[in-house]
Design a protein around this ligand. Structure first.
Ligand code: ACO
Length: 371
């Protein structure tokens, strides 16, 4: 038996949700560049779940369905109020709250396709409400209820601040959601598929996926990038900071990728958005610092930025708290997780690989008093 560390290059399933072929990312065959420039996030969710872009009436019905399910049970809000809020990371709060949502859904363990699709709608609609409610609760504010007349991106920003966002913010946030929606068999999606392949329920799959996304080698990298930028503080400090980190063989967050070796196609969109938004806020230093880090890491290590690198300065420019960056990733990626979960159920087989044993052999049990 031979092993491939980290399952690199292993093709573990077939999927029609998204593909990465020669560094081109597509959702159901649509190039991410095309979708990022043109599609609403609601259209992308529909596409991922149904395999086709919606017609106008289908989109309005789907958008309404999401809006109709965006409220979360009062018990979840009360529960979040009881969390030790000053010590809890919002990703941990989200993981726990999503798991709790299952307790208030009578269909949580109903396994037919129609019920699973209804759960997908509820989860997708309620994740933003949970993330924004928790953010407000820990600031001593009351959660803002979702509005049915606002689109998905606008509603998130509205629930976060209580104010209706401007068009520039909505468009930027929508684009970020589109870019993060799905990414083939990434770690959190694989986790979701492994979980539901046991015929466990949708909520369990999403809870497991959130746990996997939380780590800094995956979704947690966007917050880590912003922490690094804040620590560096100025363009002049970039060179000594990055030099020291590279000399110490530290990983620079937001660089490198298991699959893309010629660059992450999502990064250029986020780089453009970072430039534009930091010009609007007048805080161009975040973009300038990012650009300089990018130049150094690419020229010295040959590593290119991934989706997380420029998304940090994008979210910061939208006025979003740094520890909400990864929960926002979850808000978007839930659409991909749910598409993969539905696909897994539709053609399921238990996912159970093997391990190459490297432990001791032929041990003999020794009674405890003789050890
Ligand atoms: N900074 C410095 N060196 C790096 C980086 C980095 N960001 N990424 C990889 N390397 C180096 C490694 O140190 C290693 O060098 P070595 O061969 O001399 O030991 C080599 O490149 C290969 O790196 P691995 O970690 O083995 O590559 P792997 O494919 O396992 O990891 C990963 C990919 C996890 C993304 C890695 O590049 C990394 O840790 N990046 C930083 C965290 C990050 O940005 N994660 C987000 C990824 S995108 C996403 O999940 C949304």
């Amino acid at each position: 038996m031979s092993t491939t560390r980290g399952l690199e290059g292993i093709v573990a399933t077939q999927s029609s949700v998204s593909s990465i072929i020669e560094s081109v990312l597509t959702y159901q065959g649509y190039d991410i560049d095309d979708l990022a420039d043109n599609a609403s996030f609601e259209e992308v969710i529909y596409l991922l779940w149904n395999g086709a872009l919606p017609k106008e009436n289908e989109l309005s019905h789907f958008t309404q369905e999401l809006a109709n399910h965006a409220e979360i049970p009062k018990q979840i809000i009360d529960q979040m109020k009881a969390y030790p809020i000053n010590k809890v990371h919002p990703m941990a709060a989200l993981r726990t709250a999503i798991s709790s949502l299952a307790l208030f859904d009578e269909e949580a363990d109903v396994m037919d396709e129609a019920a699973n699709r209804r759960k997908a709608i509820k989860i997708q609609a309620q994740i933003p409400t949970i993330v924004t409610a928790f953010s407000r609760i820990r600031e001593g504010l009351e959660p803002v209820a979702p509005r049915k007349d606002l689109g998905f991106a606008a509603n998130f920003l509205y629930m976060l601040t209580g104010n209706e966002p401007d068009e520039i913010a909505v468009n930027a946030f929508n684009k970020a959601l589109v870019l993060h929606a799905d990414h083939e068999l990434n770690a959190s999606t694989f986790t979701a598929r492994v979980c539901v392949a046991t015929l466990s329920d949708v909520y369990s799959g999403i809870t497991a996926a959130i746990g996997a996304l939380k780590g800094p080698l995956h979704g947690g990298a966007n917050e880590a990038v912003m922490n690094m930028l804040s620590e560096i503080g100025s363009v002049e400090n970039v060179e000594p900071y990055i030099r020291k980190a590279l000399d110490n063989k530290e990983k620079i967050m937001g660089f490198g990728h298991r699959v893309y070796k010629d660059g992450d196609p999502r990064a250029k969109h986020l780089r453009e958005m970072s430039k534009r938004l930091t010009e609007i806020t007048g805080e161009t230093k975040w973009y300038e610092m990012s650009k300089k880090i990018n130049e150094m890491v690419t020229s010295e290590k040959g590593l290119l930025p991934n989706v997380d690198f420029y998304s940090a300065s994008v979210y910061h420019s939208l006025g979003i708290k740094h520890d909400l960056f990864t929960p926002i990733f979850a808000v978007s990626r839930a659409s991909g997780w749910l598409a993969h979960i539905l696909e897994q159920y539709s053609n399921n087989r238990l996912i159970r690989p093997r391990a190459e044993y490297i432990g001791p052999n032929k041990q003999t049990y020794i009674p405890i008093e003789q050890r």
